[in-house]
Design a protein around this ligand. Structure first.
Ligand SMILES: Nc1ncnc2c1ncn2[C@@H]1O[C@H](COP(=O)(O)OP(=O)(O)OP(=O)(O)O)[C@@H](O)[C@H]1O
Ligand SMILES: [Mg+2]
Length: 371
């Protein structure tokens, strides 16, 4: 059932309160009528004057039954009834004032807390939170909980942003430092400018370019501005060519490279898919020692394409989801910036697919892409 909006509930509560006060007044008026008391009677009777009056009237009309009944009217009882009625008016009125104050406070206090926490956050203190008493429910408790959730997200986002900037600075600094050091020794005449030196500098420049391009792709994807140039592609052919480009590396590393490729056509951005394969194969070769095997397989069933890269290498430890985090590196000694798998994830998700990782039961790791 849809919950009643807060505004409507507030209106209903106020209406119920007002109706209750009106009913209470009606009841009191009725009660006063029952005891035959009008508002002008709400003052203490003056027994001496009344007694005097009654005695005079009775002397004139000794047989008047009304007058006789009046003399028997229990003044004490009437006073008790009046006092009780007055007391009940005071108590119920006080009760209503107390309840109204509590109700107003129950709304005002959380709003005051949210306002002061929001002011702290605006001032840069992202750890500010609102107290949500345990067991509290209702709209104001939900407001406080949502506020706390928002503050937590903001804090996490800010921490990730700072860490990301530090990681980017770190990754950019390494190739720049290498380049600068080589240029300085050449400038000082300690090393000759040779073909070998130029290709070393070129390698560092390529690393920098790749890093900057990867970061640009990730930030475009974050902003939903990543353009895909999709076309109908012979995927089998694309995967075969991408795999073949690693044959030299496979020979060098003494790792066998094999494929199991079905005839699959799909509408994809071929350059982006090559990038995905490049990253998965690069990782597989990085983590597979000599004598191992890397296998790339491609097939399709029920309208879904499955592309997998399997190796017989070291495998990975911990939660597979962490591998796809930005700048995550479990092996610092193998180079790389830790952006490869984050990029794979973003590129496959932008194709409406998903990617997963697992360790093989007989050793090594498998990365599977579905779209
Ligand atoms: N095939 C694999 N076997 C074992 N561990 C792997 C494999 N692929 C990735 N990993 C682990 O996942 C981490 C993240 O991989 P990712 O490709 O994102 O970064 P990288 O390879 O370290 O750097 P980059 O790809 O940017 O050059 C790696 O550092 C590695 O620890
Ligand atoms: Mg990688």
């Amino acid at each position: 059932m849809k919950p009643i909006p807060f505004g409507q509930r507030l209106v209903v509560r106020l209406a119920v309160g007002m109706i209750s006060v009106a009913l209470l007044s009606l009841f009191l008026t009725f009660a006063l009528q029952v005891v035959n008391v009008t508002l002008s009677d709400l003052r203490p009777p003056e027994p001496d004057r009344m007694q005097e009056l009654l005695t005079r009237l009775l002397a004139e009309n000794p047989n008047d039954e009304d007058l006789l009944a009046l003399t028997e009217f229990p003044y004490e009882l009437r006073r008790v009834l009046l006092t009780t009625t007055l007391l009940s008016v005071i108590v119920s009125g006080g009760l209503w004032i107390y309840l109204a104050i509590r109700f107003a406070r129950s709304i005002a206090r959380p709003i005051e807390q949210v306002t002061s926490a929001a002011a702290k956050i605006t001032g840069g203190d992202l750890s500010a939170r609102v107290d949500v008493p345990s067991g509290s429910s209702g709209e104001t408790a939900r407001l406080s909980e949502h506020f706390n959730q928002m503050a937590r997200s903001l804090e996490t986002y800010e921490r990730e942003r700072t860490e990301m900037i530090a990681a980017i600075a770190h990754e950019l600094r390494t190739p720049l430092a290498v380049m600068l050091a080589r240029l300085e020794v050449m400038e000082a005449g300690l090393v000759e400018l040779s073909q070998e030196e130029v290709s070393r500098l070129g390698h560092q420049a390529k690393l920098l370019t790749r890093l900057v391009n990867d970061l640009r792709t990730l930030s475009l994807a974050d902003a939903n501005r990543l353009s895909l140039y999709k076309q109908k592609v012979d995927l089998g052919d694309l995967v075969r060519r991408a795999t073949e480009s690693f044959s030299g590396r496979a020979r060098e590393a003494v790792v066998s490279l094999s494929t199991e490729i079905a005839d699959v056509w799909a509408t994809v951005d071929p350059d982006r898919l090559e990038q995905v394969l490049f990253n998965l194969l690069d990782n597989a070769f990085k983590h597979t020692p000599a004598g191992g095997r890397v296998t790339v397989s491609l097939d399709a069933s029920a309208g879904q394409v499955r592309l997998a890269v399997r190796d017989t290498g070291t495998g990975f430890g911990g939660d597979p989801k962490r591998l796809f985090g930005r700048f995550y590196k479990a092996h610092d000694d193998l180079g790389g910036s830790g952006l490869g798998l984050a990029l794979v994830k973003v590129l496959i998700e932008s194709h409406g697919g998903s990617v997963s990782a697992k360790n093989n039961p007989d050793g090594g790791a498998s990365f599977e892409v579905r779209f």
